[in-house]
Design a binder for this molecule. Structure first.
Ligand code: ADP
Length: 251
């Protein structure tokens, strides 16, 4: 659930790609435990914003303050494991699971990965870790498939597994890119419910194009347009906003 504590604060962000401003004067902030949907037409800057948050892209101006004290723009280009250590997990659209390993092994590997992939393969799983793994398996709905190879899962199940893998690293902030893309209706529904369940403990930013999904599962929506925040509000407010309709829905 949303608390009063700000977990992420983005101020005056500007990103230049060879003179083209992909982000300009962008302010954005998130409370701990929020499930925030980020929408906007193609090229609005959604991916670039996530890239800045996880240190992949360096802004020419502005700050990204995480958990009150960490300025994510102050670091050199982040490696994936550094980002995980800071408490940020990012998931791209296509699932990247180890298809020859079982569902359980994928989760276990992800849990131990902070110490490096090789030592993770050798490290024994403690009973406390086992318990954590089973809790996550339940959460992502794959308990009955724990021993199946990840490669045999459906597209939706692979996506949930990957979300579960991210969660094993106990991130405070999850960045998800179209988590329900390519899913069946019932998988999409389950994914929306899963996001709300995760948001009981963690903060999530979801970049989403599927407006039906956004309408059903979003509380607060941020609309980006031409590299900056056009509007922010409840789904109801966003849907009734003329400016949003103009730029986004093409009305
Ligand atoms: P969205 O995710 O909202 O579709 P992006 O963040 O991907 O938007 O892109 C924002 C703008 O920045 C687009 O006009 C895109 O063409 C441009 N852009 C993104 N990445 C690069 C890059 N590496 N070099 C040059 N231009 C880029």
């Amino acid at each position: 659930p949303t608390t009063d504590e700000t977990i992420l604060s983005v101020k005056g962000l500007e990103v230049n790609f060879d003179g083209f401003k992909a982000l300009r004067n962008l302010d954005f902030s998130l409370k701990q435990g929020e499930l925030r949907f980020l929408i906007g037409p193609n090229g609005a800057g959604k991916t670039t914003l996530l890239d800045v948050i996880c240190g992949k892209v360096k802004p020419s101006q502005g700050h990204v303050i995480f958990k009150d004290s960490i300025d994510l723009t102050k670091h050199q280009e982040h490696q994936e494991h550094q980002i995980a250590q800071l408490g940020i997990g990012r998931k791209f659209q296509a699932p990247t699971v180890f298809s020859t390993l079982t569902v359980f092994e994928n989760l276990a590997l992800s849990m131990k990965q902070q110490r490096g992939l090789l030592s993770a393969l050798w490290a024994k799983t403690t009973s406390e870790q086992r318990e954590r793994l089973h809790l996550r398996l339940d959460m992502i709905g794959l308990q009955s498939k724990a021993k199946e190879r990840a490669g045999s899962l459906s597209h939706g199940e692979k996506q949930w597994l990957e979300i579960g893998m991210l969660l094993m690293q106990e991130p405070d902030l999850l960045l998800l890119d179209e988590p329900a893309a390519g899913m069946t209706d019932s998988e999409t529904e389950k994914t929306g419910e899963l996001l709300h369940e995760i948001a009981a403990n963690q903060t999530i930013i979801v970049v989403e194009h599927d407006m039906a999904f956004v309408r059903q599962f979003a509380r607060i929506v941020t609309v980006l347009h031409e590299g900056t925040v056009l509007r922010e509000g409840t789904m109801q407010e966003i849907q009734n906003d003329d400016k949003v309709a103009e730029v986004y829905l093409g009305r």
